[in-house]
Unconditional design. Structure first.
Length: 298
């Protein structure tokens, strides 16, 4: 059967159609497009036209946020208070459901990504896993006790507060929290602090020592709060491959022997990893959201 997926970002919208086995054992993307995120009317119309070309049974959306995930809420499926002009209070899930007349699964983009990795990627077999993306912003998807974590709203662990690096004089870029992960470790924060884009700073060890300090501090906090069985790190900043070993080393230092488990003490290179799905966790996770919603609606 064919399931559609949308990885809805503030910069671009990735739309794809996948052939998925009924038991969910595998999904094969057979077509995809990427569109710039413009105003909702223009962008969503173009996306709807794309999916109308396919006989999809369901659609899944992993969306930038904040979003409303409470099925009992009048604004379920809406993007809520976002700085993205024109998208505040957009009923994105409802618009696609009305236009395509199929079940629509809906969650955050990073929850979608962790679902993709749990289903078909690096976190297969895990009941608890997290996916951290460090790029334009910092987002964290949480899979806990066999389900995506929702609560009062949804995890906003990219805004976890950190201690500043002793040599860091940068004021931070988040208007709400000057010392949160996103404020200090995102790609734009690197550029503002050092005056160059991350890709131009690859040979500057002081840049990556500070970046590893912040990401490792966040990961340490996630370990002691979520107790994940797998930690998946990605996003534009994590394309600096030297960061992985630096972060792993600093996490062990920061935990200081408190967590006694072989995955931390002996196999940390298997514990803190890149996604097994490459650049596809988000879109495959969205497709999985659609498949799960189809099961719910039966």
């Amino acid at each position: 059967m064919l399931i559609g997926g949308i990885e809805a970002g503030g910069t671009k919208m990735v739309c794809a159609v996948a052939e998925i086995q009924k038991d969910g054992a595998c999904a094969k993307i057979i077509d995809r497009i990427s569109l710039p995120t413009r105003q909702p009317g223009e962008t969503l119309t173009e996306m709807i036209d794309y999916f109308k070309k396919w006989e999809i049974k369901a659609l899944g959306i992993g969306c930038f946020g904040p979003v409303d995930l409470n099925r009992n809420s009048e604004t379920y499926g809406h993007i809520t208070k976002t700085p993205k002009p024109g998208w505040e209070n957009c009923n994105i899930a409802g618009i696609f459901k009305d236009a395509l007349r199929v079940p629509v699964g809906f969650d955050t983009d990073v929850n979608g990504a962790v679902l993709g990795e749990v289903t078909w990627g690096a976190a297969q077999g895990c009941d608890n896993a997290i996916y951290i993306t460090v790029g334009t912003g910092v987002g964290v998807g949480v899979y806990s006790n066999g389900a995506l974590l929702h609560g009062l709203v949804h995890p906003e662990a990219g805004h976890m507060l950190l201690q500043k690096h002793p040599n860091d004089t940068y004021q931070g870029r988040c208007p709400f929290h000057p010392n949160c992960v996103e404020s200090l470790a995102s790609g734009p924060a690197i550029e503002e602090r050092w005056g160059k884009k991350a890709m131009e700073l690859a040979d500057c060890p002081e840049v990556w020592e500070m970046e590893a300090y912040y990401i490792a501090q966040a990961v340490t906090n996630y370990i002691v709060t979520y107790s994940p069985q797998k930690i998946i790190l990605w996003g534009g900043v994590m394309h600096q491959e030297q960061l992985f070993d630096m972060i792993r080393t600093k996490v062990k230092e920061m935990l200081h022997g408190y967590i006694h488990h072989e995955m931390v003490e002996e196999k940390i290179e298997q514990y803190i990893v890149a996604p097994a799905l490459g650049e596809n966790p988000g879109i495959l996770g969205a497709i999985r959201l659609g498949a799960l919603e189809l099961e719910i609606q039966k």
